[in-house]
Design a protein around this ligand. Structure first.
Ligand SMILES: [Fe+2]
Ligand SMILES: [Fe+2]
Length: 169
């Protein structure tokens, strides 16, 4: 994914990753809304639901990997170099936890879908909508911190950060 981006440009990396995650959750939101309003029926609905469950798992994995890279590499580096960002970094980290918890709640809710999806569709839609919105808000807040902090880092330090991120695997 980062191959098409200048290796020193962490802002582009973050922006690209945020767009990727936003799209994953937007697509899931669209699918769940379609299912909830009864737009899909029978086998088509079951298929869409199974696919959405798989996609949600993939989205959570990508999100966890992204958050981990931010916390282990960028947040640590920003805090070490610019302590004035400590409070914002702390808020961003706690939002990571909330977003993961909401995603897991959604997974748990879907695990009961065999019983009756219509019963829980209100809660399901509220949850996916809230999740997508909080992710978008989080990305915007984080991007602001990155813009302010990373731009102040010299290029060699930005390259070192990107290498550190890659070495996380
Ligand atoms: Fe983040
Ligand atoms: Fe992020």
């Amino acid at each position: 994914m980062t191959n098409t981006i200048d290796r020193s440009d962490l802002l582009d990396w973050a922006h690209h990753e945020h767009e990727h995650l936003t799209k994953l959750f937007d697509d899931l939101r669209a699918t769940f809304n379609k299912i909830a309003v009864g737009e899909l029926e029978g086998a088509q609905r079951e298929e869409a639901l199974d696919q959405a469950v798989d996609d949600l798992e993939g989205a959570l994995e990508d999100m966890l990997e992204h958050f981990n890279e931010e916390e282990e590499v960028y947040f640590l580096a920003i805090e070490a170099r610019f302590p004035e960002f400590a409070e914002q970094i702390e808020n961003l980290t706690s939002t990571h936890e909330k977003l993961c918890e909401r995603t897991r709640r959604l997974q748990r809710l879907l695990a009961t879908r065999e019983q009756d999806l219509s019963e829980m569709s209100g809660e399901l839609i509220a949850l996916i909508n809230a999740l997508t919105l909080s992710l978008e808000r989080h990305n915007e807040e984080e991007q602001q911190v990155f813009v302010m902090a990373l731009k102040r880092l010299p290029e060699d330090e930005r390259i070192a950060l990107l290498d550190a991120k890659k070495s996380l695997g």
